[in-house]
Design a protein around this ligand. Structure first.
Ligand code: FAD
Length: 308
């Protein structure tokens, strides 16, 4: 119940405007969001890189419904990549993009506009010496997203794909994508999906995640294990050992502000760990979705709003 109330709050424009006006730095959102401005996230990325963590940065943008906004989001990525390059951070720092933020849902030619914007970002990333990963959204977009990844890889072979273990199709998708040079982020899946396409039971999702990891670790690609789940992190380590994979031939990924101690423990153990850092003025929807995953964090957030 708390989860669906929070997901409803994520869609409330009034609440969004009130909360987004609060200064991010004095607010619990700062724990999960790398800042409202580009300069904030470049600083955060530099601090994380200084601790031996790799980073992927997501420019938050919701409800992109016109072409000018989609172009502005793509441009924000281009200037971000230039700033990261200037700060000499692009060995450790890449970007993550959502095709919806690049215009996929626009009425005319949305998919073509999103592809064009993604190509522009990939070119900027290549110029800066780094990579792009294409986030996965809800199941109605899975095929279209994988098609875009395939098109992008024709020119930029190191573009990362994302697969969601809660979808029943994903083990087969892992097989298709576990080839040499293929970077694949495996996550559980953040969207509320119907039983016809997704496992709804947490145990079933976890078992699917393990089956998918087995495929990815046995293959020739580069698995990116995106989870905070301690059991799955441990199983990933065992699979890496079983397949005699060297550290650095796969990586762990976690969200900014979640299980930070574990991120640093893995780095000390010699593992490659990448932190997903979202930023931008439109941080409200992202924050509420993170709170919905773990309502225990809600009181922390409400206290910080009350004292702002
Ligand atoms: P869970 O079972 O949700 O959590 C395991 C444990 O992690 C919990 O018991 C708790 O200890 C800790 N934890 C989890 N969430 C929180 C929290 N909010 N606050 C504090 N502790 C917490 N999903 C997509 O659909 N598409 C994507 O492109 C995508 N990209 C992602 C990229 C990265 C790097 C990561 C880490 C996740 C991404 N996700 C994406 C989200 C993912 O699908 C899950 O919704 C999210 O990671 C929670 O699942 P979990 O594997 O951590 O397991």
């Amino acid at each position: 119940m708390v989860r669906s109330a929070l997901l409803g709050a994520a869609r409330s424009d009034r609440l969004r405007h009130t909360v987004e006006r609060l200064p991010l730095t004095r607010n619990a959102a700062a724990r999960y969001v790398g800042g409202a401005e580009q300069s904030d996230v470049v600083r955060v990325a530099g601090e994380l890189a200084g601790e031996g963590l790799a980073v992927t940065i997501d420019h938050l943008a919701e409800d992109v419904r016109d072409r000018a906004r989609a172009t502005a989001v793509a441009q924000a990525y281009v200037t971000l990549l230039e700033a990261l390059h200037k700060a000499e951070l692009t060995t450790d720092v890449e970007v993550s993009v959502q095709l919806s933020a690049l215009g996929r849902a626009l009425p005319a030619d949305g998919p073509a506009i999103a592809l064009e914007n993604a190509q522009q970002i990939c070119q900027a990333a290549a110029d800066a010496g780094t990579t792009v990963t294409v986030d996965m959204e809800d199941h109605t977009t899975t095929d279209a997203t994988l098609d875009v990844v395939r098109d992008l890889r024709a020119d930029f072979p190191d573009v990362g794909a994302v697969l969601q273990a809660h979808l029943k199709r994903t083990e087969a998708d892992c097989r298709d994508l576990a080839h040499a040079g293929s970077r694949v982020r495996l996550c559980k899946g953040a969207y509320d999906e119907p039983e016809s396409v997704a496992y709804r039971d947490r145990g079933d999702v976890d078992r699917s995640y393990v089956r998918c990891m087995k495929v990815l670790f046995a293959g020739d690609g580069y698995p990116m294990i995106a989870t905070h789940d301690p059991r799955l992190v441990e199983i990933a380590g065992s699979l890496a050992a079983r397949h005699r994979r060297e550290q650095g031939s796969y990586e762990y990924q976690m969200l900014y502000g979640i299980r930070g101690r574990e991120q640093r423990r893995l780095v000390r153990a010699g593992e490659r760990v990448r932190v997903y850092v979202p930023y931008g003025p439109e941080w409200y929807g992202y924050l509420v979705r993170r709170l919905a995953e773990r309502p225990a964090n809600l009181s922390l957030f409400l206290r910080s709003v009350a004292s702002s």
